[in-house]
Design a protein around this ligand. Structure first.
Ligand code: GLV
Length: 327
């Protein structure tokens, strides 16, 4: 008998077909969020799950899912998983690192440029028929080349953004991270480690790429924004909740900083309505890793984690080691 696998959200049919040779697959085709009860019920009937960052695996879900052995997240971030609870109950967690690094760094830089140079705001103006004349200061934005790029969270994606800024745009790169990078990586990224206070004060463009956890909740709030330059831009491609979106909307409205670019939101897909009212923010629906090639690589890696685990007892990119006897 094949193990039962729940694919939590619509993904590439070719990947579902490949999984079907190893699993009895239930592939959700409904492009809407699960309710907590429907999610709990669906997952409780499966041995494995291919999840996305919106599908929680926490104590509550685990309590209802005694047969679950592995959840493979199709995302590098895994704050939807309670990994310690999974480990305690003998459930393997895996994610999809590396395959999305460069694509996500591309997007981080694209969002930085769109925000600094006011791309969406000026396009809305044009589409609305307001463009009548050339004006010397029309949608004057912030300089990107040669400016100071600040990066908070200097993992693989942060390093990709640093390399783009330093080598492509001659930016001066400063960063803050839980630990300082080794000197070879720092030299490669042309990046200098600074404390958080210096980062906030000195960055012309501050990009957030740190993982979300209880400790990183509201890392950027009113107090931190108050330390930034009034000409600065703030880019969040990390996770909703790292920025206090309500405080940011107030700061943007008061022009305490020049602009923000947000790909992730507290409580997404719902948005703080105040963000929709301020013009100086570029908003995108959590698409930083979204190219077909990268999403395919993520889907395949998540699928391979499941296949390897059931074939060899070991996931390819696990987030935990399970020591309790296998179920
Ligand atoms: C996307 O946000 C991811 O974590 O892969």
């Amino acid at each position: 008998m094949k193990p039962k696998l729940l694919v939590a959200r619509p993904i590439f049919q070719s990947v579902v077909d490949a999984l079907s040779t190893h699993f009895e697959v239930t592939s959700n085709q409904v492009d809407a969020a699960w309710t907590p009860d429907s999610w709990k019920l669906a997952i409780s009937q499966h041995d494995a799950a291919l999840t996305t960052g919106s599908d929680p695996i926490n104590g509550n879900v685990l309590g209802a899912s005694p047969r679950l052995k592995i959840a493979a997240n199709m995302a590098v971030g895994f704050n939807n998983f309670d990994v310690p609870a999974m480990t305690a109950l003998g459930v393997i967690a895996s994610n999809t690192p590396d395959v999305l690094t460069e694509t996500t760094a591309d997007f981080g830089f694209a969002l930085l440029m769109a925000t600094a140079r006011r791309l969406t705001e000026s396009e809305h103006y044009l589409r609305a028929g307001h463009w009548k004349q050339w004006r010397y200061d029309m949608f004057a934005g912030a300089e990107v080349h040669g400016s100071t790029l600040g990066i908070l969270g200097m993992g693989r994606i942060g390093q990709g953004i640093a390399r783009r800024g330093a080598h492509g745009f001659g930016m001066k790169v400063i960063y803050h991270n839980r630990s300082q990078l080794n000197s070879v990586t720092e030299a490669e990224c042309k990046a200098r480690f600074v404390d958080k206070e210096t980062l906030l004060k000195a960055a012309d463009h501050l990009v957030l790429v740190l993982p979300y956890s209880a400790e990183s909740h509201h890392t950027i709030g009113a107090a931190e924004i108050a330390k930034m330059k009034p000409t600065a831009t703030l880019i969040n491609i990390a996770r909703g909740g790292i920025v206090d979106d309500a405080a940011l909307a107030v700061a943007l409205e008061k022009k305490q900083i020049a602009a923000a670019g947000l790909d992730v939101f507290e409580g997404e897909p719902a948005l703080n309505p105040a963000l929709l009212k301020v013009p100086n923010v570029v908003l995108t629906p959590h698409i930083a890793s979204s190219t077909i090639q990268t999403r395919m690589a993520m889907a395949k890696l998540a699928a391979d984690n499941l296949i390897e685990f059931f074939a060899k007892g070991q996931a390819l990119t696990p987030l935990n080691q399970v020591t309790v006897p296998s179920k």
